[in-house]
Design a protein around this ligand. Structure first.
Ligand code: AMP
Ligand code: GLY
Length: 419
């Protein structure tokens, strides 16, 4: 089987799949230094023809797609044509992440709670629109795949207006959204045409620095489960969001077969609203969610890829998982790459989950075989345990054994559940 992608999320997928007795040959494209320990890495771009060609050549029985871009480009459609089961939706449904306007329209049709919004273009009265949402920070979203950089949340009217104007100029239109107050959570829902399975909710930390200060990032750390999603909140999410979205997605020509990432805001009344959909596992949410699953990962993913999810029972381990991301100096604006990473060699041998392990992301080797940081988010230190405070401490102990000049990480991951 083939895992597509090369980040911390794909390393987590490979670790979980490696634990399955049903996986005999694990391949990863392009993979990273961590997946190299447990899978055969293939140096190949994200070109759809090349990826499907490799899957055919390997006689793959399953393709699992990590990132959204190849899904939006039609990788699942191409696998389908080649007769290979694919975990990840076809392009028409991946559009839920590819276009925020499409996601809003889908939520309206399905009756799913989300923030009110206006679509603004060159003909719009921008001041009237800004007035309509005044009082709270303005939330402006570009309708493009921008890796988290297409959203501005600001109380500065001038900044909001400038971002709106620049976005209209480059994209033709932009969304202005009502600000949702509350606490964020992430819910991963594995689904196919017949069934869905909700994985335990987690919480990401999107801002770069402690106390939720600094710029938005891809995610600086996460923990699972997130207590903000209590049993009653979970029930509301299922009734108001998961059920209607699954009904909508299951009745499409090709049903949604993959994982739907629901970015949520839980308000002061414990009511859930959708902030965004992604059509893939979250990164770093994946790193803390998968280790809590007792269910065989191949059975879950292959089941969803083949409309067999109804036969898969979700079983969970007790306890919590925490992951802390190490980022390169300058991340997210302009990460400095190529610096040596020390302390990793003894950690690399971990090919299965234990008490603590490293999820590799932007790590490669130089000409002498030394580990170097090759990305903005370099790696994350993950721990699993019965008690969240102890687990948090364990992941920081692991982090403190690793050094990277200028590297930075947050020291308060999981604070909301511990304070
Ligand atoms: P998105 O890419 O849509 O997830 O937006 C990125 C981040 O901006 C989210 O994780 C939230 O922290 C914030 N955000 C987006 N939309 C809203 C909203 N309507 N209200 C409050 N915060 C938001
Ligand atoms: N951690 C949020 C995301 O993967 O988009």
């Amino acid at each position: 089987m083939v895992v597509v992608g090369g980040g911390g999320r794909e390393h987590a997928l490979c670790l979980s799949l490696n634990a399955s007795a049903r996986v005999d040959a694990l391949h990863c494209v392009p993979g990273n230094a961590g997946t190299a320990q447990i899978a055969t890495n293939h140096t190949l771009g994200m070109d759809i023809v090349g990826l499907v060609g490799l899957a055919v050549q390997l006689k793959a029985d399953l393709v699992v797609v990590g990132p959204e871009a190849p899904l939006c480009d039609g990788l699942a459609d191409a696998c389908h044509e080649a007769g290979i089961p694919c975990f990840g939706p076809v392009a028409a449904l991946a559009h839920l992440e590819g276009s925020k306007l499409h996601a809003k329209q889908t939520m309206e049709e399905a009756g799913v709670p989300t923030a009110a919004y206006q679509r603004l273009d060159a003909a719009s009265d921008l001041d009237a629109a800004l007035d309509a949402f005044a009082g709270d920070p303005w939330v402006v979203k570009r309708d493009v795949l921008a890796g988290g950089k297409g959203v501005v949340v600001t109380s500065d009217r001038g900044e909001a207006k400038a971002f709106i104007e620049a976005s209209i100029k480059s994209d033709g239109f932009v969304l202005l959204e009502a600000f949702l107050p509350g606490e964020e959570a992430s819910m991963l829902v594995v689904m196919d045409g017949t069934a869905y399975r909700t994985l335990p909710a987690s919480q990401d930390h999107k801002r770069a620095y402690d106390g939720d200060e600094g710029p938005n990032t891809g995610g600086m750390g996460a923990y699972c489960p997130a207590p903000v999603v209590s049993a009653s909140v979970h029930e509301k999410i299922v009734q108001r969001i998961v059920e209607p979205m699954h009904r909508h997605l299951a009745r499409q020509d090709t049903p949604y077969r993959g994982v739907l990432f629901i970015g949520l805001m839980i308000d002061e009344h414990n009511d859930p609203y959708v902030v965004e959909f992604n059509v893939r596992f979250g990164d770093p949410e994946c790193q803390v969610t998968l280790p809590l699953l007792k269910t065989d990962m191949y059975a879950l993913l292959h089941g969803a890829a083949t409309d067999g999810l109804g036969d898969v029972t979700l079983e969970l381990h007790a306890g919590s998982a925490v992951t802390v991301v190490l980022a390169s100096e300058g991340y997210p604006a302009s990460p400095i790459k190529g610096r040596p990473l020390r302390g990793l060699d003894s950690l690399l041998e971990k090919t299965s989950y234990g008490q603590a392990w490293v999820n590799f992301a932007g790590v490669s080797t130089d000409e002498n075989g030394q580990f170097i940081a090759s990305g903005g988010r370099v790696l994350s230190c993950t721990a699993l345990g019965a008690d969240l405070s102890v687990t948090q401490q364990t992941s920081y102990e692991l982090m403190n054994a690793i050094s990277l000049e200028g590297g930075h990480f947050r020291t308060d991951i999981a604070h909301r559940a511990i304070d």
